[in-house]
Ligand binder design. Sequence first.
Ligand code: SIN
Ligand code: FE
Length: 294
Amino acid sequence: MDASDVLEPLSVADWGGPFEPSLCARAVAALEAGRVLAMPLPFPLQDEEKPFLDAGVLDNSRKNISYDPRTGRCAGSGYDGAQLAGLSAMLQRYGTAAESLMRGLCPSYGVALERARTSYRPAEISGRSTSPRHDDRRLHVDAFPARPTRGQRILRVFTNVAPDGTVRQWRVGEPFEPFARAFLPRLRGMVPGQAWAMAAVGLTKGRRSDYDHFMLGLHDAAKRDNAYQAGAPQAAVAFVPGTTWICFTDQVMHAAMAGRCAFEQTFHLPVAAMARPQTAPIRVLERLAGRRLG
Ligand code: SIN
Ligand code: FE
């Protein structure tokens, strides 16, 4: 495998569109097929935002700054007052640009495409030490213990804004279906009452479905498997500063190996809004498991 097997280069150089219908159709088809859209689309920082390019913006142990558009809360820095307002405005500005890009590029998703959190990732990834389960330098699909999606898609827009030429290096792995087929037989089901209990005590935001349970199992099992990490089909991909890339991270096996100063905007999309719902991880897992996981 090499980068051309996983990347779909798009000549998009404007966050606002409008985009040709044929370009939109290609973008949707490529995303749903598990490819990574890549475009030469920089997100220039304003002068007053440039001090935020320093990893010192992060509060001690944090990896990311996050902004929640529903609450307006910006977390992860040690800032308050005017500094916090400036940082928060920068994340909002990226979120708005990413939303306009997605609405322009994937108009068929319409209002079903929901803007969720924005993150800013100033710190260098390589050389970090964490447990395998928390190590995003290991190939994985995204699944979050506290945030069940019950089958909704996770779509993410990323932009490298490193000021010094630092490339963001990813590995992209095999398609979802062969990965899931290999790992699903190793997973156990939930114990009766588990989903209800976790929601009731606030461990999960909403109830974890069988789908969420299997996706977390796949995430953890892939990251823990050293032989898989080293030997699985994979391609090295380098995103230079000024690049924006987009993929369904619940479907695309990915690992972020090195780099600093990237933005990320998360969207959620109901499976019913997809052009080819049969490619959604929930539908793939249901076919493999032979039952509904909803
Ligand atoms: C990840 O989703 O695993 C991290 C991606 C990145 O920060 O480049
Ligand atoms: Fe990830």
